[in-house]
Design a protein around this ligand. Structure first.
Ligand code: B1M
Length: 212
């Protein structure tokens, strides 16, 4: 019988083939799919997030661990969908209009996936209309905005205002982040949440969903 701790440990170590193998074995043994997800893949990514926050892990380790988690998810996703088991919620994430930086945004997306969210990445240079269109289409609970340039920070306010003028107002939370962004800027423009790094972004998204 596969111990789910083994799945978590291999995620932390970024061993994608082993993660895939153990997840497949656990499924074949008839272990509960939600349990494989929670006690295996997500538990592993949780540790990765903590290590990243504590500067014990750097960007490459997080990327490798996320890739391993994705391998395991590729087996679980169709089964979860078939059983109608929903994830934590959908997050639409993108880099705002005029800004092409996407490394941090991609990392945040991976950590959100690692926390059980369904992540829809709308890319870079994203207009307010695009965020709104995709958030409506996917029934998003959170819209995540990334900006790396001081000149594109005001584009975040444009998105928040545009969302506020639609039926998404009050239904969708907006979370922002990026190197020049601060908590006080988030408050100033009326964002619901702010995170300084990818691991904190996963924690903040859970908080916005009422999950501690
Ligand atoms: Co650009 N760039 N760049 N750049 N670039 C910076 C940001 C800059 C600080 C460099 C500098 O001058 N020292 C500077 C901005 C200055 C400013 O406005 N304050 C700058 C500039 C000026 C520019 C150009 C204007 C240069 C030019 O053409 N004259 C130009 C702009 C293009 C555009 O966007 N329109 C430009 C272009 C580029 C490249 C294309 C060459 C490349 C981007 C490649 C890519 O992303 N695919 C690039 C890069 C790589 C950088 C640096 C070197 C690295 C950014 C990065 O990826 N960091 C950067 C200097 C630096 O930071 N040392 C710089 C690693 C990443 C993991 O961190 O993105 O901060 P970060 O993400 C973190 C957190 O911020 C947070 O979590 C992440 C992970 O922990 N976070 C969130 C991010 N998004 C979040 C969202 C959240 C929550 C947290 O919630 C939704």
């Amino acid at each position: 019988m596969v111990e789910l701790k083994q799945v978590a440990e291999n995620v932390i170590q970024g061993k994608a083939p082993q993660v895939k193998e153990f997840v497949q074995k656990a499924v074949d043994e008839g272990q509960d799919v939600s349990e494989i997800l929670n006690a295996g893949l997500l538990a592993g990514m949780n540790v990765v997030g903590k290590k990243f926050k504590a500067n014990e892990f750097y960007v490459p380790e997080v990327l490798i661990a996320a890739r391993a988690m994705k391998q395991g998810m590729s087996i679980l996703k169709p089964i979860l969908a078939e059983k109608g088991i929903k994830g934590t919620g959908t997050v639409v994430i993108g880099t705002v209009k005029g800004d092409l930086h996407d490394i941090g945004k991609n990392l945040v997306g991976m950590m959100l996936e690692g926390a059980g969210f369904d992540v829809v990445d709308v890319g870079v240079d994203v207009s307010p209309e695009k965020y709104i269109e995709v958030a409506k289409e996917k029934g998003a609970k959170i819209v995540g905005l990334s900006a790396l340039l001081t000149t594109t920070m005001p584009a975040m306010k444009d998105v928040i205002e545009a969302i506020g003028a639609t039926e998404l107002k009050g239904k969708v939370k907006v979370m922002i982040g990026g190197a020049p962004i601060t908590e006080s800027y988030a408050e100033e423009i009326g964002a619901d949440g702010y995170a300084s790094d990818a691991a904190s972004a996963a924690d903040e998204a859970k908080k916005l969903m009422g999950i501690e």
